[in-house]
Design a protein around this ligand. Structure first.
Ligand SMILES: NC(=O)C1=CN([C@@H]2O[C@H](COP(=O)(O)OP(=O)(O)OC[C@H]3O[C@@H](n4cnc5c(N)ncnc54)[C@H](OP(=O)(O)O)[C@@H]3O)[C@@H](O)[C@H]2O)C=CC1
Ligand SMILES: Cc1cn([C@H]2C[C@H](O)[C@@H](COP(=O)(O)OP(=O)(O)O[C@H]3O[C@@H](C)C(=O)[C@@H](O)[C@H]3O)O2)c(=O)[nH]c1=O
Length: 279
């Protein structure tokens, strides 16, 4: 299965390494001609969109760079979809579950077909793309959240939280990157269309992750926990972050599974600890 991956960042590079038959296209996804040429050159069986503005060091950057953000996250995503449609190639688009804020309308978490209530600029652009892409044939959307990985790195929630001196005490659905890789392969193999919530079953509090970090990585680690509203009030962030629980009925329905979060988090933290010790 040949897969052309757009977006040479954290997830794009990882997926290009781990999805069988995948290659990275280093092309601006807002450039229709360049995208068409890359698809024509590689003639992939599927395209994976991992390109987008996520902000550095975090999504607060997007608040002060709205044009760059919507160009990549909306115009770019739609340009890629149009070129895939012209070439009759399946597209899997990486989206974010951080378009849902607060409690879900029905018990059990936000479902794939629930209307979202995005607040931050980044979230609004991700949802804008979803609204269109979810109505196109031959397009799948994988919504992930706060990726957690065994490899230390600046985009990994473990590395991020361990570095923050004050951490919000919140509960969320999150995505373990190893499970994401398996689900992405499954979605592409099935040419699955529509929206899928790609988060591990169960929820995680940041304090649970950090307790495991202290147990398995650094016994001297300590931090201060703060309330959700204090993140912006204390000047630690420009915009409130999404906190939410997701349900994945559409993923379950096509038989793609992810490990329960407590099991997956422990094994991921063990890998993280092993890598910290050996580097
Ligand atoms: N990491 C996360 O927390 C989550 C990520 N996602 C989504 O997954 C996708 C990948 O995220 P992740 O790998 O973490 O983010 P990164 O920022 O690490 O990677 C995104 C990559 O896309 C590139 N890019 C931006 N605009 C364009 C463009 N117009 N054409 C081509 N490439 C472009 C970026 O380059 P440059 O840096 O130069 O702009 C960067 O290399 C994004 O769409 C993101 O919204 C969803 C949920 C959670
Ligand atoms: C800045 C800061 C954040 N936090 C919390 C807020 C949040 O719950 C968590 C991560 O916040 P950050 O600002 O580091 O990362 P952020 O940019 O919000 O990460 C998001 O990126 C985009 C791409 C997504 O799609 C989301 O799923 C999510 O992963 O850490 C603290 O506890 N203390 C702090 O000082």
């Amino acid at each position: 299965m040949s897969v052309l991956v757009f977006g040479a960042g954290f997830l794009g590079q990882r997926l290009a390494r781990e999805v069988p038959g995948a290659k990275l296209a280093r092309v601006d996804i807002t450039d229709a001609r360049a995208v068409a040429a890359a698809i024509e050159e590689h003639r992939p069986a599927a395209v994976l969109n991992a390109a987008g503005k996520t902000g550095k060091p975090n999504v607060d950057w997007c608040e002060s760079h709205p044009i760059e953000t919507y160009r990549s996250n909306v115009t770019g995503a739609l340009t890629l979809a149009e070129q895939c449609a012209k070439a009759s190639v399946y597209l899997l688009h990486l989206a974010s579950g951080c378009i849902f804020y607060g409690p879900s309308p029905s018990p059990g978490g936000w479902r794939e077909d629930d209307a979202a209530n995005p607040s931050a600029l980044y979230s609004r652009t991700k949802y804008a793309a979803d609204l269109v892409l979810s109505r196109l044939p031959n397009v799948g959307i994988a919504r992930l959240r706060m990726p957690i990985d065994g490899v230390p790195g600046s985009r990994n929630l473990i590395t991020k939280l361990a570095a923050y001196r004050q951490v919000v005490d919140v509960e969320n659905s999150v995505t373990i990157v190893d499970d994401l890789v398996r689900v992405v392969i499954g979605l592409i193999e099935k040419r699955a269309t529509g929206v899928f919530h790609v988060t591990n079953p169960g929820t995680m509090r940041h304090r649970d992750l950090l307790a495991l970090y202290r147990e398995m990585v650094d016994p001297t680690y300590t931090t201060t926990f703060i309330g959700e509203d204090e993140l912006v009030a204390k000047g630690l962030a420009v915009r409130a972050r999404s906190n939410c629980v997701l349900a994945s009925p559409r993923l379950d329905a096509i038989g793609l599974t992810m490990r329960p979060i407590d099991v997956a988090l422990r094994s991921t933290m063990a890998e993280y600890a092993r890598r910290v010790r050996t580097t």
